[in-house]
Design a protein around this ligand. Structure first.
Ligand code: MN
Length: 494
């Protein structure tokens, strides 16, 4: 029995050492957050608006009585593993076979048409934001989705049609003229041709429309109307560019799906709620994501940092020091990724008890669900507040995208908040990995009796059958099928 005593003592000493380390880490973390808080309080950054702006579209610029089709969040990427949209054929068919109907139509793309944040080009730094860089990224996206832009070209070529592109948070770089020029060229229009126009918001024809990211704290821009200097990098942008893109390269089959997380602030819970945590590769992946998230949250956003590469030459004598600081700051993302990778490797070795894993996973899934619900409610509340403004009294439809969750919310007084969802594939339920079957939602607005819009939230099913109305829940809503029945995941599944 004797030899056991030292073993027990050693174990106790190890536990004490581990606890001490943990306490030290927590203390350092707390100190870090305090310093960060002080830094952000003391340091005022000034965002200088640049000339790269995009106007709002108001009632004067909205043709009365015109048929309108609205879709959102197509997220056309660079054609690689990070690209979330692989249904060029469906979108082109929709544009040719439905949008371009017999009457003049306005097609409104309500934001995040292009996925600039996931385009990685050789020779172009991920954190380079400029007119030239935006042009290159737009060109790469257009090259990867030719059928879509060809269909848009055929659409605008038909007399009377109008194409309106609203700017979102994933295509904020559309404020740069070079990106706009790429799009105009891709649909075969000359510079200055008004058949393609860009907007930060849209109001007219009974419709109020924004992309919706300004309702989302993690994706809100202080200056949404245009590019600022330094370039505004939101937390949401950071999560995509610094964490998600790196994770999506992982060989795990569900890795490319992780940018399904909405809202971005719930990324932590999303990662922890991913199924199959018992599998070591999945655990490495999850912990890598969690570590990446923590590091993004721990630091101020890049445009809050003192050394953005463009702020130079204030003290020429110290130029070398400045350049070194800029280089050091630019290495930040690589260092974070390295730490995240190492954390992931440790997670692979450590085998936590299954019970703990189950608990973590179910609690994280609950938290994620809670945050996602609060996010959806917030959009409805914001839209309600907008609808209640006296100047919006005579508008009927309050439309946005961004959440990727399509749906209709009555606001009273004959007004409706309509989210037009997304055209990318979405996972409806984390635990069951249930996918949304109603892939291609769109809003159709017509004016059969004058000013008041008639509207329908529909789902495109391909050119062989007419679109059906959007149903709540993940399942395909066929006509004749009772509404709602079997359409919702059971609440205990989440
Ligand atoms: Mn968005």
């Amino acid at each position: 029995m004797q030899p056991h005593a030292p073993v027990a003592r050693r174990a106790a000493a190890q536990v004490r050492a581990a606890l001490r380390t943990l306490a030290l880490l927590l203390g350092l973390g707390g100190l870090g957050f305090l310093l960060r808080w002080i830094f952000l309080r003391l340091r005022r950054i000034t965002l200088h608006p640049t000339g790269y702006t995009t106007p709002a579209i108001g009632p004067d610029a909205v043709a009365p009585g015109m048929r309108r089709i609205i879709i959102s969040d197509v997220h056309l990427g660079g054609g690689d593993r990070l690209d979330d949209f692989d249904d060029d054929g469906a979108l082109a068919d929709f544009i040719d076979g439905y949008v371009a109907g017999d009457e003049p139509t306005e097609l409104i793309l309500a934001g995040d048409l292009l996925e600039f944040l996931q385009v990685r080009l050789p020779g172009l730094d991920d954190d380079e934001y400029s007119d030239a860089a935006a042009g290159l990224r737009a060109a790469a996206i257009i090259g990867a989705h030719k059928p879509v832009f060809e269909a848009l070209g055929r659409f605008v070529a038909r007399p009377g049609n109008q194409l309106t592109v609203v700017i979102g948070n994933h295509d904020f770089e559309l404020h740069y003229p070079a990106a706009k020029a790429q799009l105009r060229q891709a649909v075969g229009l000359a510079a200055g041709d008004g058949r393609l126009r860009f907007a930060v918001s849209y109001q007219g024809g009974g419709i109020y429309l924004v992309h919706g990211n300004q309702f989302d704290g993690w994706n809100r821009f202080l200056n949404f109307d245009g590019i600022s200097e330094p370039f505004e990098v939101t937390r949401g942008t950071q999560i995509v560019k610094e964490v998600v893109n790196d994770l999506e390269d992982d060989p795990l089959p569900y890795a490319p799906l992780i940018d399904n997380v909405k809202p971005a602030s719930a990324f932590l819970w999303y990662m922890l709620a991913l199924p199959r945590l018992r599998n070591t590769a999945a655990r490495r992946f999850t912990l890598r994501g969690v570590a990446g998230y923590m590091q993004v949250v721990a630091w101020p956003t890049p445009h809050h940092m003192p050394f953005t590469s463009t702020v130079q030459g204030r003290l020429p004598a110290l130029g070398f020091l400045w350049r070194w600081l800029v280089r050091f700051r630019r290495g930040r993302v690589d260092r974070h990724r390295e730490v995240a990778r190492q954390v992931g490797q440790v997670a692979e070795i450590v085998e936590p008890p299954e019970q703990v894993l189950d608990q973590v996973q179910s609690e994280a899934a609950r938290q994620y669900e809670r945050e996602a619900r609060a996010f959806r409610d917030r959009f409805a509340r914001e839209m309600l507040a907008i609808a209640r403004r006296p100047e919006h009294q005579n508008l009927t439809l309050f439309v946005c995208g961004h959440t990727h969750g399509a749906g209709v919310t009555p606001l009273g007084h004959g007004q409706f908040y309509i989210n037009v969802g997304t055209w990318t594939e979405i996972i409806y339920d984390l635990t069951t990995m249930l996918r949304q079957e109603q892939r291609f939602p769109f809003l159709e607005v017509t004016y059969p009796e004058g000013e008041r819009p008639h509207w329908q939230l529909l789902v495109w099913e391909g050119s062989d059958e007419p679109p059906h109305s959007w149903q709540e829940g993940p399942r395909k809503g066929r006509r004749g099928r009772p509404r709602g029945v079997g359409a919702r995941a059971r609440p205990d599944q989440v």
